[in-house]
Design a binder for this molecule. Structure first.
Ligand code: ACM
Length: 519
């Protein structure tokens, strides 16, 4: 099983799923029962009709508020299966475990030829280590069509991950329709071409790219994720990484220059202005975000915002003076405070990359700590909740082997074993500070991933290791993990995940046309 459950006791015998197997569920678990029928029916041909609830020959889903939040107890006996959780989410994780106990062919979509569907008798008692078990998907650098996002949600849920952080906007594309600002998607969602490989080579593919999500698309993604106990945390990156919006509305920037949606990678010097109009724009966009995304957490980015344009801009200087700031370095913290006030008034909690700590983050802000492992320490000590997502350990755009044919090798070498060795809670923290680390998150930046196939290749199997860091308690036995992963890869193959193989990329997974820049 991946992630590794807290406690497992194996018994004698097996439970066999067959056409006599029934399913009973207490009323709050009707949705979980529906989901289970939906995934077990097509591959097995057994549709689990409602049972009498007497325990014999049935899968019974039950609630027990005494269990840990999101925890579950799974009891497989030859005569029947019980899955008990304190919450529907807990029962959902219990049935995810149950699914893993069936042959890997259960992950196929239909018509499999490998009965009998046997589940070994055992008792599993399990609960997650962290409440935030996330993956950030950058749909700005390369747009990911809705259907692929839904499939990605299924893959997260399969691994008991519960946060999909969607990076919806960046210099290279704006992916969210906002009615009052229509040019965001008319102009900002499209770029003329894309940089091919790492930025130092300055070569381009000559091929337009783009796309965006309608309100209906977002509603569908959010609801689909909620049905799988995944919260979609939206990110609108501000005040840096805003060039697509400035291309759509030049008056939001700091210069009169006409910009196009960026075709290159890196940190753009062109950032959002600090005018009243720019703030109105951000508030309008966040109001739409709050309307579409029920997530308590809303991410406002805050990373990599060079102040150079503000230094040269009269309006920014006037803002500095009017707000009584000590200089342009106080503009971003001032901006973040304005945005935090707006979100808090709407009942939301702000998340920002760890740059928001510079100059003091708003109280109550949650920090996504990305600049190395030590980035987790300062926010935890300053009393902020922290999601550990260091580039040195969980940036899944970084190359995963030294194989000469790895596609677009960038960043540090980050092997599966490197990821698995990461402990999200730095040893320097005392118990109270450590409790501020509310979770761990992988980040999938997609400059060099132009399709779901490439995301599969870069994310798996490393995301399986992240899921285990997020769910399972501390303690790393990489040999044990590798053994379980061998079995788990059979599930990924059955589902159709084009994961990275130990032997390196398959011929079509190489990118001789797009050179990297490994550190
Ligand atoms: C980041 O990687 N710029 C958060």
């Amino acid at each position: 099983m991946i992630p590794r459950p807290a406690a497992v006791r194996v018994h004698d015998g097996v439970f066999t799923l067959d056409d006599a197997t029934t399913l009973s569920a207490e009323p709050p678990l009707a949705d979980v029962a529906g989901w289970l029928r939906g995934v077990l029916g097509p591959p097995t041909g057994y549709w689990l009709p409602p049972g009498p609830g007497n325990g014999s020959g049935e899968i019974a889903l039950r609630v027990d508020p005494a269990l840990a939040r999101e925890g579950y107890l799974l009891d497989v006996e030859p005569t029947g299966v019980r899955v008990i959780g304190a919450t529907p989410a807990g029962v959902f994780y219990g049935v995810q475990t149950l699914r893993q106990l069936l042959p890997p062919a259960v992950y196929r979509a239909a018509g499999t030829i490998s009965p009998p569907w046997i589940i070994p008798a055992m008792t599993v008692a399990d609960a997650p280590r962290f409440g935030w078990r996330g993956c950030m998907l950058d749909v700005a650098r390369h747009f990911m069509p809705k259907a692929d996002v839904l499939r990605f949600v299924d893959l997260l849920a399969m691994h008991k991950l519960n946060v999909l952080h969607l990076h919806l906007t960046d210099d290279q594309g704006w992916r969210l329709a906002v009615p009052r600002w229509p040019r965001l998607v008319e102009v900002g969602a499209w770029r003329r071409e894309s940089m091919l490989g790492a930025r130092r080579h300055a070569t381009f593919d000559g091929r337009p790219h783009g796309g965006f999500y309608t309100r209906e698309d977002i509603a569908e993604i959010v609801a689909y994720a909620a049905d799988r106990y995944v919260t979609v945390v939206p990110e609108i990156d501000m005040p840096g990484h805003m060039r697509a919006a400035i291309a759509a509305y030049p008056e939001l920037g700091n210069t009169s220059a006409t910009l196009e949606v960026w075709t290159g990678w890196g940190i753009s010097p062109h950032v959002l202005g600090v005018s009243d109009l720019a703030l109105t724009f951000c508030r309008d966009v966040l109001d739409v975000v709050c309307e579409l995304f029920p997530s308590e957490y809303v991410c406002i980015g805050g990373d990599e915002c060079p102040p150079d344009e503000w230094l040269a801009n009269a309006e920014a200087k006037a803002r500095d003076a009017r707000e009584g700031l000590a200089g342009p370095e106080e503009l971003q913290p001032w901006f973040t405070r304005q945005i935090a006030t707006h979100l808090v008034a709407r009942g939301r909690r702000l998340v920002g990359w760890d740059e928001i700590l510079t100059g003091g983050a708003p109280s109550g802000a949650t920090v996504a700590a990305w600049r190395g492992r030590s980035a987790t320490i300062a926010p935890a000590r300053a009393g902020h909740d922290v999601v550990a997502c260091p580039d040195s350990s969980v940036y899944l755009d970084h190359r995963q082997s030294t194989h000469p044919d790895e596609p677009v090798p960038v960043g540090n070498l980050l092997t599966l074993e490197d990821v698995y060795a990461f402990d999200p809670v730095p040893a320097e923290l005392d118990d109270a500070e450590a409790a501020r680390v509310i979770g761990v998150q992988a980040n999938v930046w997609t400059e060099h991933m132009d399709s779901a196939r490439v995301v599969d290749y870069m994310a798996f199997p490393r995301l399986c290791a992240v899921a285990e860091l997020a769910w399972s308690g501390p303690g790393h036995d990489v040999g044990d993990f590798s053994g379980r992963l061998r079995v788990h890869k059979g599930r990924l193959r059955a589902y159709g995940v084009e994961y990275h193989r130990d032997s390196g990329p398959l011929p079509w997974q190489t990118r001789p046309d797009a050179r990297g820049w490994p550190r």
